[in-house]
Design a binder for this molecule. Structure first.
Ligand code: ADP
Length: 424
């Protein structure tokens, strides 16, 4: 009951009491000789009593109202707290979640769902409009119609090629359907990489093993084989055995780089890169390639010395292998808090189509040329794994028939004082 109603009823009530009191005493005056003033007095007393009663009633009502209001506010606050908790729980999951109605119109979507389908405001739109997936829409409709859980592994073309494990389940009689989509793109890609890796290793092993077997058979089956021929075959067998040993070694290095956490210690990477350059100078000179080191005398970086030597060896050896004639510069510098090493050659270069794939295991631009250089096709994968395990990055910049630059960046703590530039 509100205040205006109480006041107006009090007013009417008071008015009627005065009128009734006055009329009664006016009527009784001639009959019983009662003074009309008594009637007015009685009415006033009645009014005062009613006012007190009404005031008491109003106070009680007001208190009840206040109490109810504060209870509602408390419940409101609790509800919005719970809603916030549910929202942040749903947003923190690694799964996209939707709530849809029976016609697959979206009623709710959590943050991963918005990110997966790159949509900012999906509520009120159809699942099809947001995901562009007929299969996903069908899954929700089936769950709604059959009231049974539906599962499917689906591929999404929009906004990028992705694979998701979708599950739709009916929630209540209102035919609302919950839908979850778990993004398994990376998982499937890893499975493919692993499958490809096993088939590549088998293939890489088969080639030298076939050569070794056929050469050995020829020597064994032909007792009259000339000493020169036999020597030639034996050399080929030896070189294929060396190749197998190299591959086994590279695979072990790759596995170690992949599975072991890097134990870093302060390493003078200038000494490491200069040392490898010196080591490979004879090979470069033999090919008529000018190989130079350009950088500080000392650069102390937290790293794994042996792994960084492997990185330098793979990059500089590749530069020599894929440069017919020309020059190679191994340069070291510091950029902000980063150690930067680059190996720049004026060699064959790499076509832009091949560039995204050269860090894949066993990927070679030219199989024949790689075999000729004794390469295993694992060198750049090893570089990438080691550098990334150090928290760094590898970049490649190349133009066909102009040359290639591989650069690695590593986080560094300090650089040796009094560094002096040196060329060798
Ligand atoms: P490989 O053992 O064949 O050298 P890598 O993993 O070291 O294997 O390199 C992968 C491929 O990248 C090579 O086969 C080669 O085609 C290309 N490549 C690597 N470095 C260079 C470079 N400096 N110049 C041109 N091509 C390169």
């Amino acid at each position: 009951m509100n205040r205006a109603l109480i006041y107006s009823s009090a007013l009417c009530y008071g008015g009627s009491a005065i009128f009734a009191g006055f009329a009664t005493s006016e009527f009784l005056h001639p009959v019983a000789g009662i003074n009309p003033a008594w009637g007015l007095l009685t009415a006033a007393a009645f009014m005062a009593a009613s006012g007190l009663v009404l005031q008491g009633f109003w106070r009680t009502q007001h208190e009840v109202l206040l109490e109810r209001q504060s209870r509602i506010e408390l419940l409101d606050a609790q509800l919005s707290q719970q809603a916030n908790a549910v929202d942040s729980l749903a947003d923190g999951l690694d799964i996209a979640l939707f709530i849809c109605d029976s016609k697959a119109t979206i009623l709710y979507a959590n943050r991963p769902a918005l990110q997966l389908f790159r949509f900012s405001d999906p509520v009120g739109r159809t699942l099809l409009a947001v995901t562009l997936s007929h299969e996903l829409e069908q899954l929700v409709l089936e769950a709604s119609q059959t009231q049974l859980i539906q599962h499917a592994e689906l591929s999404f073309a929009y906004p990028a090629d992705r694979v998701g494990l979708a599950k739709a389940w009916p929630h209540d009689r209102a035919k609302r359907v919950f839908l979850s989509v778990y993004d398994i793109t990376d998982l499937r890609r890893l499975e493919r990489v692993r499958r490809d890796f096993v088939s590549n290793v088998s293939h890489e092993l088969r080639t030298p093993l076939t050569i070794i077997r056929s050469m050995s058979e020829t020597i064994l089956d032909d007792p009259g084989i000339s000493a020169a021929k036999r020597g030639q075959y034996m050399e080929k067998i030896m070189s294929e055995v060396d190749r197998l040993a190299l591959m086994a070694n590279d695979l072990l290095v790759l596995t170690a780089a992949e599975s072991q956490a890097v134990t870093k210690a302060p390493v003078d990477l200038a000494e490491v890169f200069r040392g490898v350059t010196d080591q490979l100078l004879p090979k470069a000179r033999e090919k008529g390639v000018d190989l130079r080191y350009s950088g500080p005398f000392a650069m102390i970086v937290p790293a794994h010395a042996e792994q960084m030597r492997q990185v330098a060896l793979n990059l500089i050896d590749n530069a020599i292998n894929y440069t017919v004639q020309g020059r190679i510069i191994v340069a070291l510098s510091q950029e902000g808090a980063c150690f930067v090493a680059s190996v720049n050659d004026s060699g064959l270069g790499i076509a832009s189509d091949d560039l995204p794939r050269i860090f894949e295991r066993f990927y070679r631009v030219d199989k024949g040329r790689s075999r000729g250089t004794g390469g295993t096709g694992l060198g750049l994968s090893i570089v990438k794994h080691i550098v990334e395990a150090h928290g760094g990055t590898v970049l490649v910049d190349s133009s066909l028939n102009v040359g290639t630059t591989f650069s690695i960046r590593l986080p560094m703590l300090e650089i040796a004082e009094g560094s002096a530039s040196e060329e060798s």
